[in-house]
Design a protein around this ligand. Structure first.
Ligand code: SF4
Length: 335
């Protein structure tokens, strides 16, 4: 469906961005692909306002790809604690090690080498190539999908592969001949601040006349999505042992909290103990809800624990990789 007459979509978006786009985000101050890579990974599934402080802390702690590669997984996860989707942090770390080994610490400057790195897909590679190398590669994150599907009046669900293919073609077709970096930032900002999910702010949009969804009164019905499966509920129980101002944790090796420290799921037989508290909490992930109960137990004599783990001082729990809801709970329970 050909919609856009003059001025072209990309020209209008760039013009809009000059006046209304975001120009002062911390990662925009740099053309270093390492910085842009970290910001792009953090921005997946996370809003800009949340990312800013995490990005600044992360880049201050791991100044270079080398520093990130040499850090322990624990250190990396602890800097990510609270941002969620921890596989992003594990992939960043693994990719930095790969870049050190295979490319002497230089971030690749071409698409093929970029998408070989763990955690970098077509859209992230496109963004890094556009921002840092000014190369004409398209992106297709959630914002761009929404904008293009409205502008072109795409009524098929955006989470099906045929629609996605179509959107990639449209994204590619709209790339400008120059200012690719500005255009890429512009379409991201346009989707994040104006053509927003629930109530797009069409009354101040510069492209209403060429937007099929707007012209046909479909802005609240596009983008369409296939219904996602009803969220599953998973249940677990954590046993929080304290002995002499220390708490016992084990390294988790599966699921969304893989690589993070957690209180054990197993009850340990202790002769001399005092139950301080029972309780329950819940955490909502994209595909399921985790309901966890906990028992807080004070060991009155040195416990013999066969599990491989670590006793850590209460005040040091801020410094290790813990999932945000567990960290919050431990902080509340700490003396
Ligand atoms: S007119 Fe509305 S729906 Fe269309 S692009 Fe502009 S903000 Fe989005």
């Amino acid at each position: 469906m050909e919609v856009l007459k003059k001025p072209a979509f990309n020209v209008s978006i760039i013009k809009w961005h000059k006046k209304f786009g975001r120009h002062d985000l911390p990662w925009q101050k740099s053309k270093d692909p390492y910085h842009v890579w970290v910001s792009e990974i953090m921005l997946q599934q996370t809003q800009v306002v949340t990312v800013i402080s995490y990005y600044q802390k992360f880049i201050t702690k791991f100044k270079t790809i080398k520093a990130l590669a040499e850090a322990s997984e624990d250190d990396v996860l602890s800097m990510w604690s609270g941002l969620g989707f921890y596989s992003r942090a594990r992939n960043l770390h693994a990719a930095s090690i790969m870049i050190m080994k295979e490319n002497s610490g230089h971030f690749p400057d071409n698409f093929q080498d970029m998408i070989r790195l763990p955690g970098i897909g077509r859209s992230t590679a496109g963004a890094i190539l556009a921002f840092c190398f000014n190369k004409p590669y398209p992106i297709l994150d959630g914002n761009v999908k929404r904008v293009l599907s409205r502008v072109y009046g795409i009524t098929t669900p955006i989470n099906n592969s045929r629609t996605e293919k179509k959107l990639w073609l449209l994204s590619e077709k709209n790339l400008p001949k120059k200012n690719i970096d500005i255009y890429t930032q512009a379409i991201m900002d346009f989707g994040a601040t104006l053509c927003i999910p629930k109530r797009p702010i069409c009354n101040i949009c510069p492209i209403t006349q060429t937007c099929v969804a707007y012209v046909n009164g479909l802005t609240t019905q596009i983008p369409k999505k296939n219904p996602v499966k009803k969220n599953e509920i998973k249940k677990t129980h954590f046993y929080i042992y304290e002995y002499q101002k220390q708490v016992f944790l084990v390294k988790n090796r599966s699921g969304v909290w893989n690589g993070l420290w957690l209180p054990p799921n197993e009850e340990i037989k202790l002769k001399n103990k005092q139950i301080i508290k029972y309780g329950h909490r819940q955490s909502v992930f994209s595909h399921y809800k985790l309901v966890f109960e906990y028992t807080f137990i004070k060991a009155l004599a040195k416990p013999e624990i066969k599990l491989k783990g670590l006793w850590i001082n209460w005040q040091d729990i801020q410094d290790i990789g813990l999932p945000a809801p567990i960290k919050k709970l431990l902080i509340e329970l700490s003396p």
